[in-house]
Design a protein around this ligand. Structure first.
Ligand code: NAD
Ligand code: GLY
Length: 366
């Protein structure tokens, strides 16, 4: 079991990672005893693991439940309004504790509902996808999509605790497991050589990846993220490094209207693109670029990019909400464990990255 502190003064909290943590909720959340809990989740996650969760919470206080539809398109203003309505109907007051129980969609949506209900009530993140365990549940970014842009409406609202129990991942489809693994690899590339090595050594396609190794990788990624968030909660500088692979990843998601790639798969492609661009700019040795590509491919196949044109991707890059005066920020690796922020990535660099990506294996995704 790992306990990782996110050091943010009065808003500090612990990320608990380990098998069986869901059973330990009454101990882990003891300081919230006597409060009103409201679990926000979807039918799928609730059906698989919800009773286990609520049994633990009932030792601490009264528990209400809000079910929302499953899917990125429901990380919306409409669903947010429905969640707020359910909070009002349940008579929740300022002592409410919102428990986000699901993947990143639930974490972001429920987290934003918690941030905005009565000017902010307490939040506990209980992530159930690998991606949510290693990324979205930690760091306090919460929000919903606007019809014209992803994550456009949001807030920073740190949870009181994060509880990641890898036992729930047994029911996760392999594609979603791989999706989270690309984010773990990202953490290795940007700041943890040991984590990078661990991902290089994970089984091909993650088939038979054992729970102890997964738990260790989750803890490693959370440690890195916690250290960064502890120094730069509001993304004034350092936290931007976590966007390695995301600039191009977001563009891929945008041009395919979020219907083709999972978030992690898009980041996986973004890692390959970042390695190709860094090598082209002579920031990264070819052997290291090859190692990054090989580690990404090892995680498994992603839907292909061959059919996507350069112009729509460039247009989508221009709309990245982090673009400053038309200059698109790219995080590029300079070694394993080191990255740099650049604003000089040109159209030709992106074209080069796309041909490097098109040359890579992609394939049937299950
Ligand atoms: P998701 O939340 O859509 O979950 C993927 C699918 O897995 C869903 O169908 C879900 O119901 C299902 N699922 C969840 N847990 C399961 C389990 N244990 N067993 C079986 N099925 C399960 O997707 P995601 O990849 O977890 O999250 C993506 C979202 O996270 C995006 O909206 C993205 O913008 C957001 N995100 C936020 C941050 C942040 O810092 N806030 C960081 C990264 C990503
Ligand atoms: N996922 C990037 C961040 O939390 O800053």
């Amino acid at each position: 079991m790992s306990e990782i502190g996110v050091d943010l003064g009065a808003r500090s909290y612990t990320v608990h990672v380990g098998r069986g943590q869901l059973q330990s909720l009454p101990d882990l959340l003891e300081e919230l005893r006597g409060r009103r809990f409201v679990v926000v989740t979807n039918r799928r996650v609730f059906g698989l693991h919800g009773r286990n969760l609520e049994r633990g919470l009932r030792h601490l206080g009264r528990v209400a439940r809000v079910l929302v539809p499953d899917g990125e398109r429901y990380k919306s203003r409409t669903t947010l309004a429905a969640v707020h309505d359910a909070f009002v109907d349940a008579g929740l007051g300022r002592d409410a504790v919102v428990v986000a129980f699901g993947g990143g969609v639930i974490g972001d949506l429920a987290g934003f509902a918690a941030a905005t209900y009565m000017r902010g009530v307490d939040l506990v993140q209980i992530p159930t996808t690998l991606l949510a365990m290693v990324d979205s549940s930690v760091g306090g970014k919460v929000g919903i999509n606007h019809p014209r842009a992803k994550n456009l409406i949001g807030a920073f609202h740190q949870p009181r605790a994060v509880v990641a129990d890898p036992a729930v991942l047994v029911t996760l489809p392999p594609r979603e497991l791989r999706s989270g693994a690309y984010e773990i690899l990202k953490c290795g590339i940007l700041g943890d050589r040991g984590l990078f090595r661990a991902m290089q050594e994970a089984p091909q396609g993650l088939v038979g990846w054992n729970e102890a190794a997964i738990a260790e990788a989750i803890a490693g990624a959370c440690r890195l993220k916690a250290a960064i968030v502890g120094k730069d909660e509001r993304e004034a500088g350092l936290r931007r490094l976590l966007n390695l692979g995301h600039t191009l990843g977001h563009a891929l998601e945008t041009v395919t209207r979020y219907r083709c790639f999972t978030h992690g798969e898009a980041v996986g492609w973004g890692l390959i693109a970042a390695a190709a661009i860094a090598q082209r700019k002579q920031l990264l040795r070819p052997a290291v670029a090859r190692a990054i590509v090989a580690a990404t491919e090892r995680i498994g196949p992603r839907p292909g990019v061959d059919a996507l044109g350069l112009d729509p991707i460039l247009a989508a890059l221009g709309h990245d909400k982090k673009a400053k005066q038309g200059r698109v920020p790219f995080i590029l690796p300079t070694a394993i464990g080191r990255v740099t922020l650049r604003f000089d990535v040109t159209r030709a660099d992106v074209r080069h990255a796309l041909s490097a990506m098109a040359a890579r294996r992609s394939g049937a995704v299950t």
